[in-house]
Design a protein around this ligand. Structure first.
Ligand code: NAD
Length: 482
């Protein structure tokens, strides 16, 4: 079962930062896959722009090399790659300089959709927006795509929003959170709002608790300097985990339309109670054998967290009394992201006490193996009387999509096509980002004021003991990270 591919309209996409890591790792492979599957029309064009002085042929050769690294061998067909590369062009442009802009203007066509991907550090967003405007390059309706980090606190996020707003309308700005492009995350909305089965139970009366985990195996080695200025709260919770929380907890929007969905997400952020210090655990990995966090960031006095676990309350009618537990960290046991909704046990059991009774659990897996499973209780097979067991109703997307589907589409494939289609549903609106920072800032400020020091956890473990206790004291347990 493969969904029908509907080609997008012809476009000119300019990738500022076209020689960067994100371009070669994610953006260009995603575009190639959409081209291969027939979603990118013949008339589409991609223009790389960066400071490196090189011609189009040199950039195309670099892109070709990147494909060998970031596409699976079976995805590469020489003919398709050659046809894709024909759509690529390059211009040497310094975001802060004046050269190259008139060449870019000459290359842009009048009758196609325009998109500008700012795959550069946020300090260049203002310079790019201004030049696109002043040189008369960006037409009305042109789209700009910006990457995380979108600010490091409320003030800087507001400043970035204000800078972009000088030249672009909110309807033109696509703030990427690639978690929102994941197939499973969209499926969370499909499951919640496309079935009658879940929504009546999706509230504090029937949901015991929700866990959201984004666990990574990797350390921060190699990007320690950047990470140490940010930490798990800024790098993961304020954006990715917050977005997952919003989609899990939001009210049904009236339509599947960008502002209707984003209005509901915003209400969730605004309904979050302040978090008690005792409901937060911060950790730093410590590896007796290899480098510890402080070695990776080269600051023995660092108080930045590489792990965070927290218990949140959403102060509204739907969720009053249901805790949401969030957890994310580096150098954990496994790479695993999931949302787990644990329902309450049946209010009364008609079976013998020793029959056993279990709560239904819906797990939404983001990685690896995107999919969902719902654990339901059935009778243990066999003649041995009424004993209950829970079994999974499992839906792996890779399996469900069938053998023709080579892969579950990467988030960037979906999101870039949405930019061209002009659909902002899966992108963060400026006020959402600001509300998330407004919630995050006081928490970080309080750590600083109290001089909080993260606890240590063993590299390769499930995180600090204190994080396990956060749930134990409520009579709950985290799901295994495995
Ligand atoms: P990078 O350092 O690898 O690449 C930066 C790119 O910007 C290069 O092409 C460079 O030539 C270009 N550039 C720098 N200064 C410029 C200037 N003055 N004028 C024109 N071009 C200039 O960075 P990256 O990893 O590709 O990240 C780009 C953005 O995406 C950053 O904001 C980063 O935080 C974000 N991001 C990256 C990743 C990732 O996996 N790499 C993931 C999420 C977000």
């Amino acid at each position: 079962m493969v969904s029908r591919v509907i080609p997008v309209d012809p476009f000119d996409l300019v990738i500022f930062g076209g020689t960067g890591d994100l371009a070669r790792r994610k953006i260009l492979p995603a575009l190639y896959r959409r081209f291969r599957d027939g979603q990118m029309p013949e008339e589409a064009r991609i223009i790389g722009a960066a400071r490196t002085n090189q011609d189009g042929a040199a950039w195309r050769a670099w892109v070709r090399e990147a494909f060998d690294e970031f596409l699976r061998p079976d995805e590469i067909s020489d003919d398709v790659v050659a046809a894709f590369l024909e759509r690529l062009d390059y211009l040497a442009i310094d975001a802060t300089g004046d050269g190259g802009w008139s060449d870019l203007k000459d290359k842009m066509r009048d009758d196609v959709t325009q998109a500008f991907y700012f795959s550069v550090g946020p300090s260049l967003f203002g310079a790019l927006a201004e030049r696109l405007h002043n040189h008369g390059i960006a037409r009305e309706g042109a789209r700009i795509v910006v990457e995380k980090p979108f600010g490091r606190d409320l003030d800087s996020a507001c400043a970035l929003n204000a800078t972009l707003a000088e030249h672009f309308d909110e309807t033109q700005i696509y703030r990427i959170d690639h978690y929102l492009g994941k197939e499973t995350v969209q499926n969370l909305m499909a499951v919640r709002f496309g079935n009658v089965l879940f929504e009546p139970l999706w509230n504090a009366q029937y949901v015991d608790s929700v866990q959201i985990t984004v666990a990574e195996e990797v350390s921060v080695a190699g990007r320690g300097a950047y990470y140490d200025r940010s930490g798990a709260m800024r790098d993961m919770v304020q954006n990715h985990l917050m977005q997952l929380l919003c989609l899990t907890a939001m009210e049904p929007p009236s339509r599947f339309d960008p502002d209707a969905v984003r209005d509901e997400k915003l209400k969730v952020i605004r309904a979050l109670d302040p978090v008690e210090p005792s409901d937060i655990v911060r950790g730093q990995y410590d590896d007796g054998m290899g480098p510890s966090y402080i070695d990776d960031v080269e600051d023995p006095a660092s108080r930045t967290e590489s792990f965070i676990a927290m218990k949140l309350h959403i102060a509204n009618w739907r969720w009053n009394g249901t805790p949401f537990y969030l957890r994310t960290g580096k150098r954990l046991k496994a790479r695993k992201s999931e949302i787990v909704v644990t329902f309450k046990e049946p209010p009364h059991s008609i079976f013998d006490a020793d029959a056993g009774s279990r709560a239904n659990v819906l797990s939404i897996r983001l990685q690896p193996d995107e999919g969902m499973d719902l654990r339901v209780t059935i009778k243990e097979p066999g003649p041995g009387g009424m004993r209950l067991v829970d079994v999974p109703l499992d839906m792996s997307f890779a399996e469900a999509l069938g053998p023709e589907a080579e892969h579950v589409p990467d988030a960037y494939e979906r999101l870039i096509m949405d930019v061209i289609r002009g659909n902002q549903t899966l992108f963060m609106r400026g006020d959402e980002v600001e509300a998330a920072w407004a919630w995050t800032d006081p928490i970080i400020a309080a750590w600083k004021e109290r001089g909080d020091k993260p606890v240590t956890y063993e590299a390769g473990s499930s995180g600090p003991e204190e994080a396990l206790m956060l749930l134990h004291r409520d009579g709950r347990r985290w799901r295994e990270i495995s």
